[in-house]
Design a protein around this ligand. Structure first.
Ligand SMILES: [Zn+2]
Length: 424
C-alpha cells in the first residue's frame, strides 16, 4: 500500500541537481542530489494528518500523525511555540475560511516514513484543535471547540488540502538546501519555490520582466492578470499561459532552465495581452483574472468586429438576467452560443407556482395535460396532470432570443419536454 496512496509528481527532470541549478553550497565538495517531489493526487488533508495524531503536553516532542507514518516533531526541531491562543487559533481560522496553509515540507526517512521539515507549528496547531486541546473564538466572541463546530465547518476543516513537498537525500544536505531557499523564514509561495529550484539565467531574465514593479506595462497587465508581481503571481500567470496550463509550469521551467533570455515567454505573453486589447475596446473589472491564455488559444484565430463585440458586452452587462458577468467575454468570443457561461437568471419558485396553478386549473377544465407540449400529443400522456415537482419553469421565448425572465414569459413544462427544448 505504501507509495500507492499518492502519486509523486517529479519536479522537472526528477533530480534537482544542486550544482546545475545553482544550489551549490559553498564549501561542499560532494556531489549532491536532492529530490523534492510534490505529494499529489490525492492531496493529503487535515483529516489524514490527524489520523493517529498524538500530542503529549508535557514532552511536546515526538508527536506523530498520518496513521503513524509521520513524525511531526523530530528531535532537532524547535518545540511547539504556537500555543499562545493567537497563532494556533489563526491557523485554524484560516483553514475554516478556506485559505491555504502554505507549503509544508516532509523528509522521507524510510519507505513510507516521513518527518516534518517545515510546517510543524501549523500541523501541531490544527492537530491539537481537532483533539480538543484549545478553542477558537467565533464571530460572536464565544469560544468554540472542535466538537461544537457545525458539521459543515468540521468537514471543511478536515477536508482542507495540504501542499506537501517530500525531500529525499542526505539529512545535512536537505537542511542546508532548506536554509538556502527559506530566506529569513518568509514562507515561500509555489512560484517562489520553483524560481529557487530552477534558478538560473532564465528565471533571472523572467523576473526582470514579470516580477518588476518598475515595469511600465505592469498596470496595463494587471487589468487582466490577478495578483502581486512581488509574490510572483504575474510570472506564474505568464508561465501558465505559455506552458498551456499551470500544471505544466515546472516542466516548462525545467526545459528552459539554461536559456539566457525569456524571449518566448515574453513574446507569448505580449501576444495574449495585445490580442485582448485588440478584441475588447474597453476594460471591465470582471476581465481581471480570467484564464486569458486558454481564451487566446481557443479564439485568437477568429476575426471579430471590435465595435460590435464591445457593444454586445455592454448590452449583456445591462441585462439583469445575466448573473455571471465574468462569463460574458467567453460568451461573445464563442459567438453567443453557450448561454451556460452567463448563468441566466431563472424564474423564482413563487412565480413558477403561480403559473403552475393557473395552467393546471385551465388544463383540468379542458381535460388535457397541464404540460402544453404533452397536451398536443396523441399518446396516453396527453391528459396527464403532472405534479409541481415533475415540472420545470421554461421561457416561452428563449432568453437568447430576447425573451424576458418575468411571469408573462413563463410556462411550466414536464421535465422531459423542458429538457428536449433545451436552449434558454
Ligand atoms: Zn410534457
Amino acid at each position: 500500500m505504501e507509495g500507492q496512496d499518492y502519486i509523486q509528481k517529479e519536479m522537472g527532470s526528477s533530480f534537482v541537481n544542486m550544482n546545475e541549478s545553482s544550489f551549490a553550497i559553498e564549501g561542499q565538495g560532494r556531489c549532491n542530489s536532492m529530490k523534492a517531489t510534490l505529494l499529489h493526487e490525492p492531496f493529503l488533508t487535515v483529516a489524514d494528518i490527524c489520523d493517529g495524531f498524538v500530542y503529549n503536553e508535557l514532552e511536546s516532542k515526538g508527536i506523530f500523525g498520518w496513521g503513524g507514518r509521520l513524525t511531526i516533531q523530530p528531535e532537532y526541531q524547535r518545540n511547539y511555540i504556537y500555543a499562545d491562543g493567537k497563532k494556533d487559533v489563526a491557523v485554524v481560522d484560516s483553514l475554516l475560511k478556506g485559505y491555504p496553509l502554505g507549503l509544508l515540507y516532509f523528509v522521507k526517512t524510510a519507505e513510507g516514513r516521513y518527518e516534518v521539515l517545515d510546517g510543524q507549528q501549523r500541523i501541531t496547531s490544527f492537530g491539537r484543535f481537532v483533539r480538543g486541546k484549545f478553542p477558537i473564538i467565533d464571530d460572536d466572541g464565544m469560544p468554540k471547540w472542535f466538537d461544537s463546530l457545525g458539521a459543515d465547518r468540521k468537514k471543511r476543516l478536515l477536508e482542507s488540502k495540504l501542499t506537501v513537498y517530500v525531500c529525499e537525500g542526505e539529512r545535512e544536505e536537505i537542511r542546508e538546501w532548506f536554509k538556502t531557499i527559506n530566506i529569513a523564514g518568509v514562507p515561500l509561495v509555489q512560484q517562489e519555490l520553483l524560481n529557487a529550484i530552477y534558478s538560473g539565467p532564465f528565471v533571472t531574465a523572467a523576473k526582470a520582466v514579470f516580477s518588476n514593479s518598475g515595469n511600465s506595462d505592469m498596470q496595463r497587465w494587471k487589468n487582466y492578470v490577478r495578483g502581486n508581481e512581488r509574490r510572483q503571481d504575474i510570472l506564474e500567470a505568464a508561465l501558465g499561459w505559455v506552458a498551456r496550463g499551470r500544471d505544466n509550469i515546472e516542466a516548462y521551467m525545467g526545459r528552459h532552465i539554461g536559456d539566457a533570455s525569456c524571449q518566448e515567454l515574453q513574446a507569448y505573453f505580449n501576444s495574449v495581452i495585445d490580442w485582448i486589447d485588440g478584441v475588447f475596446k474597453g476594460v471591465k473589472d470582471e476581465m481581471f483574472g480570467l484564464e486569458w491564455g486558454e481564451l487566446y488559444e481557443k479564439y485568437h484565430a477568429n476575426a471579430y468586429n471590435a465595435d460590435a463585440l464591445w457593444r454586445r458586452v455592454e448590452e449583456l452587462y445591462e441585462d439583469d438576467c445575466v448573473t455571471a458577468k465574468k462569463g460574458i467575454f467567453e460568451y461573445v468570443l464563442g459567438g453567443e452560443m453557450d448561454t451556460k457561461l452567463l448563468n441566466v437568471r431563472v424564474f423564482s419558485k413563487k412565480d413558477a407556482k403561480t403559473v403552475y396553478a393557473k395552467q393546471t386549473a385551465a388544463a383540468k377544465k379542458k381535460g388535457v395535460s397541464n404540460c402544453p407540449l404533452c397536451a398536443v400529443g396523441h399518446e396516453a400522456g396527453s391528459t396527464r396532470i403532472w405534479t409541481f415537482g415533475e415540472m420545470d419553469a421554461d421561457n416561452v421565448t428563449a432568453w437568447s432570443k430576447g425573451g424576458a425572465t418575468d411571469i408573462s414569459n413563463c410556462q411550466m413544462l414536464c421535465r422531459t419536454h423542458n429538457r428536449a427544448k433545451g436552449n434558454r
